[in-house]
Each structure stands twice: as structure tokens, then as C-alpha cells.
Ligand binder design. Structure first.
Ligand SMILES: Nc1ncnc2c1ncn2[C@@H]1O[C@H](COP(=O)(O)OP(=O)(O)OP(=O)(O)O)[C@@H](O)[C@H]1O
Ligand SMILES: [Mg+2]
Length: 222
């Protein structure tokens, strides 16, 4: 068995539209070893979110293959991909995507309940995870009552819910001031070390990118 978390071969993504088509990712080969950290950097529109969505199995490449934990994602139907994703991948979106009608604890507990935890167990673990991101005092608040940095920390706690092998994060510090960005960066890197998970993060934040093991530079397609 290899130690690859990801082994992507000849990945391409073409967005076809009536007026024009755009090849955002071109013949990309990418290997990420388990337990390592990678930043995806490049100008706005170069394909960072597109690539993260493909790595998460939320989107499919136009050609090429994504092997995740030695499983070719295109060999799975969308239900099996969703099950694998819920168990093995924690995703932190560019815009946090918390459910507005649920409080912090419920937002963190939901992925666990979807993967078969009982409600009480899920809520207990949610409390522990919220403590890890220093939000013990905000468990009962809904996203609308939280600051941007606090919402991002709830999203990070949620991404760890099912003990994933890998965290995929899309601009986790993008909407934060420098101080809060540094708090989130330190927290994420501590959690990655404590939990032994791999991390792939799309970011414009050089101080975050500079602290990761590898960097993939994506370029704008013309
Ligand atoms: N569903 C879609 N259909 C057509 N074009 C799309 C679609 N999604 C993204 N694009 C285009 O693909 C390119 C890459 O988009 P993407 O969101 O991956 O960029 P990004 O690197 O994440 O940018 P940012 O730094 O602004 O978040 C952009 O030009 C975008 O307009
Ligand atoms: Mg993006």
C-alpha cells in the first residue's frame, strides 16, 4: 500500500459554455502523501476552488483521475462518493456554509449524525470540538450571532467531526483581519498536528502558505 493520500493523474477541467469554454485545470499531476500539508496558491480565477471541489469529489474532472486513499473517485457513484467524503474529508468552504437555523453545537454535530452517531454522542463530541477551537462560550449561538472569525472556527470544528484523514480548506483566513487570520492559522496547524490529519488549503495568505510543507502554484488560463 502506498502512503499517498492523493494521486491525481492528468487532471483537466473544462467549463464549456455556449459563448466560450475555459480550461481551468490542464493536465495536472499531483501527489500528496498522508500526513503532509499543501497550499494551493495563485491569482483569483486560477482554479483553486475548482481543484478543491474535484479533490473532495464534489465535482468531477473533465478528464484524468483522482485516486484518494487508493480509491479512484470516478469508480464510485455519487452516493458512495458522498459517504466517503463525509467520513474521510473535512471541508471548510470559502464562505463558511453553516446552517443558519442551527446553533454552533448542532452545526458541528450534524455530520456525525449523518454518519450514524446517536444524537447525544454527536452533541457531546461537538462540545469537545468547539472547545478545541476556543468556542466553549458560543455553543448555543446561531451563525448570525457570531463574528466572521468565530463562524470560521465553528466550520473548522465541524470539518473535524468525523475524524477525517484530510482537511480541505478554501481561503479559511480570506475574510479575516491579520490578527484573526493568524489565530485561525495557528489553530489549524495545531489541530492538524494533534489529529494527525493532512491539510490542503487554497489561500492568498502568504503567511499561511509559507508554513505548509508544499505549495502548488496554479496559473490563470487565458
Ligand atoms: N460552474 C462554473 N461554470 C463556468 N465557469 C466557472 C464555474 N466555476 C468556476 N468557473 C470559472 O473557472 C475559473 C476558476 O474559478 P475558481 O472558483 O476555481 O477560482 P479560484 O482560484 O478559486 O478564485 P478565487 O481566488 O477568486 O476564489 C474562474 O474563471 C471562474 O469564473
Ligand atoms: Mg476560490
Amino acid at each position: 500500500m502506498s502512503d499517498n493520500l492523493y494521486d491525481c493523474k492528468h487532471l483537466s477541467k473544462l467549463y464549456s459554455q455556449p459563448a466560450n469554454s475555459l480550461e481551468v485545470i490542464k493536465d495536472l499531476d499531483l501527489k500528496v502523501e498522508k500526513g503532509t500539508t499543501l497550499s494551493l496558491v495563485g491569482p483569483s480565477g486560477c482554479g483553486k476552488t475548482t481543484l478543491l471541489n474535484i479533490l473532495a469529489g464534489l465535482d468531477v474532472p473533465t478528464s484524468g483521475e483522482v485516486n484518494f486513499l487508493n480509491i479512484n473517485l470516478s469508480s464510485l457513484d455519487s452516493d458512495s462518493r458522498a459517504t466517503l467524503r463525509n467520513k474521510e474529508i473535512g471541508f471548510v468552504y470559502q464562505f463558511h456554509h453553516l446552517l443558519p437555523e442551527f446553533n454552533s453545537q448542532e452545526n458541528v454535530a450534524l455530520p456525525m449524525m449523518m454518519s450514524g452517531y446517536g444524537k447525544e454522542q454527536a452533541m457531546d463530541r461537538a462540545t469537545i470540538l468547539l472547545d478545541k477551537v476556543n468556542l466553549s462560550n458560543r455553543v448555543s449561538n446561531r451563525p448570525g450571532e457570531l463574528s466572521g472569525g468565530e463562524r470560521q472556527r465553528v466550520a473548522i470544528a465541524r470539518s473535524l467531526a468525523n475524524n477525517p484523514s484530510c482537511l480541505l480548506m478554501d481561503e479559511p483566513t480570506g475574510n479575516l483581519d491579520t490578527l484573526n487570520a493568524e489565530i485561525i492559522t495557528n489553530l489549524v496547524l495545531d489541530l492538524v498536528q494533534q489529529e494527525g490529519v493532512s491539510l490542503i488549503v487554497a489561500t492568498h495568505d502568504q503567511s499561511l502558505a509559507g508554513r505548509l510543507d508544499q505549495t502548488l502554484n496554479l496559473e490563470l488560463s487565458l
